[in-house]
Design a protein around this ligand. Structure first.
Ligand SMILES: NC(=O)c1ccc[n+]([C@@H]2O[C@H](COP(=O)([O-])OP(=O)(O)OC[C@H]3O[C@@H](n4cnc5c(N)ncnc54)[C@H](OP(=O)(O)O)[C@@H]3O)[C@@H](O)[C@H]2O)c1
Length: 307
């Protein structure tokens, strides 16, 4: 049977948690963007399942408070945090080194930290900010942690993408890193298409390794994702809030992919509402997936030689 198209009218999965591992005890999960929104809700759920959880945030006070809340609510003491601005390659490299120091094994990598930028911003590496954070952040952290994930196999990588990847439109891959290229919402959709392209290319490269990688859309979720953008961001968050589900619901698909035995060996798929569905036609272009990989390697190479 071919893969089904996404139908927003389909009911959500009713018994997700019943199908999960009864426990994630002994498993280490790294959740980026765990200080708020979907990442926080996912970290909380994984902690409830007794996983060792490493929460990655960028603000010390906020992330420490999030971890304290998770520990208090779950009674799980094995929740701790690491800090990094994931739009900075130097910080991603430092984070990866700290993870390796702190965690002898890594069973789940949940790449979730992301943002919308409503005006043009440039990362410290001189790259368009949406692409730098939403795609290169995932790419660099994942490739730096691949050795520990492979040593820990079976292991899972989960990339939080978005349904906005369906409307990524026409673009030239090599233009994506250029500051000021295209409208902000287009930049977001394209970065989320990159999450899917990266997932498919990585799945091909990891075949037979015991490490799976899948991407997902969490639904429209009531978070403050546009908070980086002043008044405009508050207006955007208000409208998302009116129609969005809560973050716990938004975390269902990432937590399902992180923990359910049902998907233990599934790789290279795109999920919505805990179901594998077809991603955009563009995302299946193998030339594009390979080209994005090469571009990402090139764009992150220089930071490897900085001290
Ligand atoms: N909300 C939705 O409707 C929706 C729909 C589709 C896809 N998504 C995707 O879901 C993921 C999570 O979004 P969310 O809605 O949960 O947003 P959120 O509530 O704003 O959470 C984003 C998380 O990422 C962190 N983050 C942002 N910029 C960062 C940076 N430069 N370095 C390190 N961490 C950074 C934030 O840290 P701070 O707490 O310090 O800000 C926060 O922990 C994103 O990848 C987004 O594209 C969301």
């Amino acid at each position: 049977m071919g893969i089904q198209a996404w139908d927003p009218a389909l009911p959500n999965h009713d018994s997700i948690y019943a199908m999960m591992y009864p426990t994630m005890e002994g498993k280490t999960c790294l959740v980026t963007g765990g200080s708020d929104g979907i990442g926080y809700a996912a970290a909380l759920e994984l902690a409830r399942m007794d996983a060792t959880v490493l929460v990655v945030g960028r603000n010390a006070e906020k992330t420490e408070a999030a971890v304290a809340r998770i520990r208090r609510e779950t009674g799980n003491p094995l929740v701790s945090f690491l800090l990094a601005d994931l739009s900075s390659q130097r910080e991603v490299r430092r984070l990866a080194a700290e993870v390796k120091e702190k965690a002898p094994r890594l069973d789940v990598l949940l790449n979730n930290a992301g943002a919308i930028f409503l005006s043009h911003e440039t990362s410290v590496d001189g790259i368009e900010m949406t692409f730098a954070l939403n795609h290169l952040g995932y790419f660099l952290l994942t490739t730096l942690l691949l050795d520990v994930l492979e040593q820990s196999a079976p292991a899972r990588i989960i990339n939080v993408s978005s349904s906005s990847h369906y409307s990524a439109g026409n673009f030239r891959l090599e233009d994506l890193p250029r500051p000021g290229n295209g409208r902000s919402y287009q930049a977001y959709g394209r970065s989320k298409l990159c999450n899917v392209l990266f997932t498919y290319e990585l799945a091909r490269r990891l075949e037979g390794s015991g490490v799976t990688v899948n991407a997902l859309h969490p639904g429209l979720v009531r978070t403050r994702i546009a908070r980086n953008n002043g008044v405009l961001g508050r207006v955007a968050n208000f409208f998302i809030g009116v129609r969005g589900v809560d973050a716990t619901r938004g975390a269902e698909t990432p937590v399902y992919l992180a923990s359910s035995p049902e998907v233990e060996t599934v790789t290279g798929k795109f999920y919505i509402d805990c179901r594998a569905v077809a991603s955009s036609p563009l995302s299946y272009e193998t030339g594009l997936t390979a080209e994005l990989w090469e571009l990402s390697e090139r764009l992150t190479a220089d930071s490897a030689t900085e001290d």
